[in-house]
Structure formats: C-alpha cells, structure tokens
Design a protein around this ligand. Structure first.
Ligand code: AMP
Length: 447
C-alpha cells in the first residue's frame, strides 16, 4: 500500500513527497478510513509508529478553509516539547495548504500566546492547562471545536491531567469527533473513554521496530494442561532468572484454572488478571507484580493490552494466542528497553498450525526444545481439551448398533487393536516420553 491508495489530495501528497514519506504505517492505514468516516477513534500506538500522521492526515484531508481563522481542530498533548513537535509536523504537512497552526503551552506568558491565537489559527496544539486558560479568557471559543485529538493520553493521566481533561470535555460542544491516542490502554484511559467517547472504534499499531531481536523465543511441544503445569513448575524451579513471569492463558476460565492449580505452590507470588476480576483486585495484582513482589502474573490477551508492565523477564505462552499478531504483542512485553528477554511457548498438537502462522508473520522460527527428561507426561485432559475423545465415543456407539455379521466381528477385533486409549498412550509415550495419568498422581498426593 502507498499513500496514493489513501483518499488524500494533491497538497497532502506533495507534502508527503517532500518529507520523503512513501508507505503508510499500519496505524496510518487502519486509522485513515475510520477517522474519515467521522467516528470516534481510540488508537493504541506508541511513538515511532507514525501515530501523529495517522490522525493528522485524515484531519487535514477533511479540513475546510475558513476565513475566520478560529481553531476548529484541537490537539492536546502533555508537554511543551510535544506541542512543538506536533506543530512542526502539521506545518510540514500543510506546506501546500493555507492552514495556520498555533502551539500553546504553560509556563510562559499567556498574553503572548493569546496574541498568537488571535492572529488566526485553524489548528490549535495545546497542553491542557494552557488551553483552559485561553478558553477562560475568551481567546479560544471551545464551542467551535469540531475535532479533538488527545495524544499520549496515558502519559497525560500519569502527569495528573485528569481533571483538566474532564474540564475541557465539559467545555467542548457535545457534537464533535474525539480521537485519542495512547501507548497503552490503562484502566484510567479506559474510564475516560467510557465517560466521554461515543462508541469509539479501536485501531492498533503494529508493534514498533523489531522487538524480536533481543528476545530468545523458545517453545516446547506439550500435550495438555497438566503436563504444561509440570513443565512450568520444572522451569520455575530450575531457572532463577525467571523472576518476573507474565503467563498468558487462552481464556478467562483457563486463567482461573491455572491460578487455582498454581496457587498452593506459589502463595503470595502469584496474581491473575482478567476482565471478570474487580478493578481493585487487578490494580493490586498488577502493582505487586510491577514492584517485583509477586513472581508470576497470569493474564489474558485482552487484559494484557492495557498493561504497562516493563522488564518482564519471561513471557510464557501457556496457551498459544488465537491471533498471530497477539503473539507479537505478548512477547513484546519482555526484552524491552534494550534488555534481553525470553519467551517460552507451550504448544499443543492442535496449536502447531498457529505456530506456523506466527512464524510466517515474524519470518522467524520459534526454537523448539526437547521436553526435559524429568517432566511427567500426564494423560488426563481438562474438558477444554477433550473434543477428540468425545468424537471417538460417538463413533464407537454407532459401531455397537451394527448387527453381528461376520464382517463386523472381524472389524471389531481389528478395532480393538486401534483402541483409542492405547494408540493415544503409545503416541504420547513416543512423542513426549513416559505418560502418567493425572488421576493416580493427584490421589496419591491427597492421601
Ligand atoms: P510518531 O510515531 O508519530 O511519533 O512518528 C515518528 C516518526 O516517523 C516521525 O518523525 C514521522 O515523521 C515519521 N513517520 C511517520 N509516518 C511515516 C511513514 N509512513 N514512513 C516513514 N516515516 C514516517
């Protein structure tokens, strides 16, 4: 895809050419049609993903000349540096348009900045506090704003701009387009969106750069839940560098089951977060994990998106993700900020196809390791893993209904030989070494 494929116009195409920008980034491709349609948008994107152009291009494309020169587009950013940066980006993009942009920020003369705005501005880039000053002084007419873009929202909330943002939302006219960009979707950000946005569409950037280089991507072929638990325990016992482990489960239910299974062994070192947990609980568990007080945090894909957790030593894909892209999001939690990280994927036979999709997407192969000798292979499966047995039982019943003709007897003998349990067991033994049944083990343990 090139910018020619986006419904831009000559002035914008020319400006992009001058900037030597030829190919839209993922967030630019995804955000463009949605913003053009007038819907509210929540963009999850970090600096470096091209997010600024992602919102500027459609906004400038939709902008119409207005001789009053009063701001109809407002960009809010958390710092003075960002005001300048965004302002300069707009100026470059608007080289071939008669559009004026003014940047305002706190800590300097309000009078001077008021004068800039009064001289005429189509787009105003501002820090929240200074914008409020200008509105209160009658310099900016908030009710004329048609589009508001809040960039780096998570950072803004971290810096304590929450009240100012709410004040601004109250000042703005109800009929407006809201665009919000944030590197992470924290609970605070989600609350703000819930309160002030109208059914926003979420667009997400591809993870920045190649986070893969400094991540050692390992994998094991493991048959089922309980064997995965054994492998996990083994790894945690033998590898002291696994001190901050983010563990991904395939669903809320599996996350809870995993928590219950591990709870006894890792009291006080284990947390679980997913959307059914109360906000308070999630907050406490994430904080304990962040602070290094707990060693393991179990998460689902949905929840992990909003988490700003850095310096994770290991990402463990206890279950492989549904979407190949999620794998990259997941492992991107480790190996951050120039540090090396490790990701370990537990891959069931059924998930091998997924593994292939992921490897194709990354153009990189997960390094498959042999299961350590000591790992006990458990045969028992949890209900979520049992579809195969279910199908086998049904076909067995159908066969029983058959009348006793000789052909059937012959076949029955043969069928006995390929009895599912035996074939499965021997297959497991061959593939994963000696199998054990979970039942006998757990009973033994309980006694
Ligand atoms: P941002 O993520 O908005 O902070 O942008 C990071 C840098 O990437 C800026 O210097 C942009 O000018 C540049 N940039 C934005 N979009 C593209 C693109 N499609 N191709 C190349 N560079 C880009």
């Amino acid at each position: 895809m090139t910018f020619e494929d986006l419904n831009l116009n000559k002035p914008l195409w020319n400006a992009l050419e001058d900037m030597a920008i030829t190919t839209p980034t993922t967030i630019q491709q995804k955000a463009f049609p949605v913003i053009m349609s007038g819907k509210d948008v929540v963009g999850i994107a970090q600096t470096g993903t091209g997010k600024t152009l992602a919102y500027l291009l459609p906004c400038l494309r939709l902008w119409k000349y207005n001789k009053k020169k009063v701001p109809t587009i407002l960009v809010l950013v958390p710092t003075r540096e960002l005001v300048k940066q965004v302002q300069e980006e707009i100026e470059r993009l608007a080289t071939y348009m008669s559009l004026d942009v003014v940047g305002v920020y706190g800590g300097t003369s309000l009078r001077t900045q008021s004068a800039w705005v009064m001289e005429g501005a189509d787009i105003l880039v501002a820090t929240p506090g200074r914008l409020i000053d200008l509105v209160m002084n009658g310099v900016v007419r908030a009710n004329l704003i048609k589009k508001v873009i809040i960039d780096e929202v998570d950072e803004m909330l971290n810096l304590g701009f929450r009240h100012q943002l709410i004040t601004i939302f109250d000042l703005l006219p109800p009929k407006r387009q809201n665009l919000m960009f944030s590197a992470t979707l924290t609970t605070d950000v989600a609350n703000l969106i819930d309160n002030f946005f109208d059914l926003p569409i979420r667009v997400e950037a591809a993870p920045t750069g190649t986070p893969l280089e400094n991540i050692d991507q390992q994998g094991y072929y493991v048959p089922n839940f309980y064997t995965k638990v054994n492998l996990l325990n083994h790894l945690l016992e033998h590898d002291a560098t696994m001190d901050k482990v983010l563990l991904f489960a395939g669903s809320k239910k599996l996350a809870d089951k995993l928590f219950e299974t591990l709870e006894e062994k890792y009291p006080e070192q284990l947390g679980v977060i997913h959307s059914n947990k109360s906000q308070n609980k999630r907050f406490n568990m994430v904080n304990a994990f962040k602070a290094g007080e707990s060693r393991i945090l179990i998460a689902t894909d949905l929840m992990s998106r909003g988490l700003d957790i850095s310096e994770v030593s290991h990402v463990v894909n206890f279950d492989m993700p549904e979407e190949a892209e999620d794998y990259i999001h997941r492992i991107g939690r480790t190996g951050r900020a120039e540090k090396n990280g490790v990701s370990i994927s537990f891959i069931r036979e059924k998930e091998m196809e997924k593994q292939g999709e992921i490897e194709q997407l990354m153009k990189y192969n997960i390094q498959i390791k042999e299961l350590p000798e000591e790992i006990e292979i458990i045969e028992e499966e949890i209900p979520e893993e049992q579809e195969r047995t279910f199908v086998a039982n049904i076909s067995l019943k159908t066969a029983k209904r058959d009348l006793s003709n000789s052909a059937f007897h012959e076949k029955k003998e043969k069928n006995k030989k390929v009895n599912k349990r035996i074939s499965h067991e021997s297959k497991m033994r061959k593939k994963y070494k000696k199998p054990k049944t979970r039942g006998s083990k757990s009973k033994r343990k309980r006694k």
